[in-house]
Design a protein around this ligand. Structure first.
Ligand SMILES: *Cc1c(COP(=O)(O)O)cnc(C)c1O
Length: 471
């Protein structure tokens, strides 16, 4: 399997070459040259496989430069009941007639990002050992991504994590999750400033090419193809649990931000999994909903990006969206470049409303979309507790609200649960007047010793800290 860039670079690469890379050299995103096709006979063979074996089967179609026995061992080591809480790994529960919730948030940090990041940690360790190389991951987080990366990389050989976060601005629970890690290869850096300062620091350090090369600086952001690929697996696992045979369609609703999660659903559908509809659920930051309704994709400025009670969906520009648009325009790299380099670059928007391709987003690719507000979120959290004695987190609540707008009799609707309520306790308290349950392993974490350094919002200070801690 070879990978190409959405922007038309002539090089073709193998999986392990793009594993440790971010963007392609031309600024595009990597995609497989074609989507492997899965027929009903294959679906029948996969239906009863344990999750780790299903992951191996799917990953094998995309990875041909890791020996099968090694890849199998990596999958088996990643997807265990010990790490993800149940033998099913992603258990499905029926909420009401035809509406299901697929639990993706029982990993180490209680958000679905663990599903991909845990695999990435094991793949990184494997590939770095094979090359005799090291990697220093530098990141900025306001919550979910940073903690998922730290829990995935802790104790891994050849990898260090330097994670910046805005001092005092994460929830106490999220802070405690990250800062209580005592692993030597995990470095928490609390920056005196806001999240944008942290991101600016990461950019400044990455733009210093000499420093970047000398200290082997890398990232784990959501455009990494391996992360997306790992997420394809739970669409298959959800499908099998929601159906009794392989001729039945299923729809999914996905709380969306950077379009990584739902893009994995798109890939599963392109492989032939019988997915009828993919509902893109957004919050007040409705960049994606606007596109699927109007054909106009208009990125927002930081000032125009709302801080909402489903904060992991607060994006102004969806970093994985280019992958889907590439397929939408018939994989025409020239057309893609016009949209993403010229139009977005010059005007901050592109307009496909008059293009026949836009119609296909719904008709051929099955996409629908919706948007929720803070009031919707609170109402859904309350209603779900009252009628079903179930707590959902604010992001999953956005999904549930959107899902109900697209129900079709006889077609199961699976809502992806992207986090557990305890991560966003303040909104749960606002909705219900009481704290959400806390899984036993997180009892009292706020009182644990913290491993964190405080630094000013200054890239030079962060560079000096990295240099000091790299021997
Ligand atoms: C990251 C995240 C999302 C958004 O996922 P994307 O892949 O960026 O679309 C939604 N909900 C939660 C809880 C998240 O952590």
């Amino acid at each position: 399997m070879n990978y190409l860039s959405t922007r038309g670079h002539p090089d073709r690469k193998r999986f392990c070459e793009i594993l440790l890379e971010g963007l392609a050299p031309d600024g595009g995103l990597y995609l497989p040259e074609k989507y492997p096709q899965v027929d009903t006979a294959t679906l029948a063979k996969w239906r009863d496989l344990p999750y780790a074996e299903l992951a191996f089967e799917i990953l094998s179609l995309y990875i041909d430069d890791i020996a099968p026995t090694d890849l199998k061992a990596i999958c088996a080591k990643t997807y265990t009941a010990e790490v993800f809480g149940t033998d099913e790994i992603v258990p499905l529960r029926e909420l009401e007639d035809g509406v299901y919730i697929e639990a993706l948030s029982n990993g180490p940090t209680l958000a679905f990002k663990d599903m991909a990041m845990q695999l990435l940690g094991n793949l990184f360790e494997y590939e770095l050992a094979r090359r005799g190389a090291e990697l220093n991951i530098l990141g900025a987080t306001s919550g979910d991504t940073g903690s998922a990366a730290e829990y995935a990389m802790r104790g891994k050989k050849g990898v260090r994590v330097f994670m910046t976060s805005p001092d005092g601005r994460m929830s106490p629970f999220q802070q405690a999750q990250m800062f209580s890690l005592q692993d030597e290869n995990i470095h928490n850096i609390a920056i005196t400033g806001v999240f944008d300062d942290c991101q600016d620091i990461v950019k400044a350090v990455s733009n210093d090419l000499g420093f970047k090369r000398k200290y082997r600086i890398g990232t784990v952001n959501s455009i990494n193809w391996a992360r997306l690929l790992a997420q394809v697996v739970y669409y298959f696992a959800g499908y099998f649990q929601a159906t009794a045979s392989n001729d039945k369609p299923v729809s999914f609703t996905v709380p969306s931000g950077n379009f990584g999660n739902v893009c994995a659903g798109h890939v599963a559908r392109m492989m032939g999994l019988p997915i009828q509809t993919l509902v893109v659920a957004t919050n007040e930051n409705n960049v994606l909903d606007e596109f699927f309704r109007t054909g106009i994709y208009r990125v927002r400025s930081a000032a125009d990006t709302h801080e909402t009670s489903s904060p992991s969906m607060d994006i102004s520009k969806a970093s994985n969206f280019e992958r889907f648009v590439f397929d939408l325009v018939g994989r025409d790299a020239g057309k893609l470049r016009k949209l993403f380099v010229e139009d977005l670059g010059l005007e901050g928007r592109f307009d496909l409303s008059a293009d026949p391709a836009f119609k296909q987003a719904a008709e051929r690719f099955g996409f629908k979309s919706s948007r929720s507000t803070h009031a919707d979120r609170l109402a859904t959290i309350r209603d779900t507790e009252k009628r079903f004695a179930t707590l959902v987190d604010p992001h999953t609540a956005d999904g549930l609200k959107s899902a109900r707008e697209f129900l079709v009799p006889g077609v199961p609707m699976v809502v992806l649960e992207t986090a557990l309520p305890i991560k966003f306790a303040a909104t749960i308290v606002e909705a219900l007047g009481h704290e959400p349950d806390r899984p036993a392993k997180f009892e009292g974490i706020e009182a644990l010793p913290k491993r964190v350094v405080k630094l000013p919002a200054d890239a030079e200070a962060v560079k000096a800290y990295i240099a000091q801690n790299c021997d």
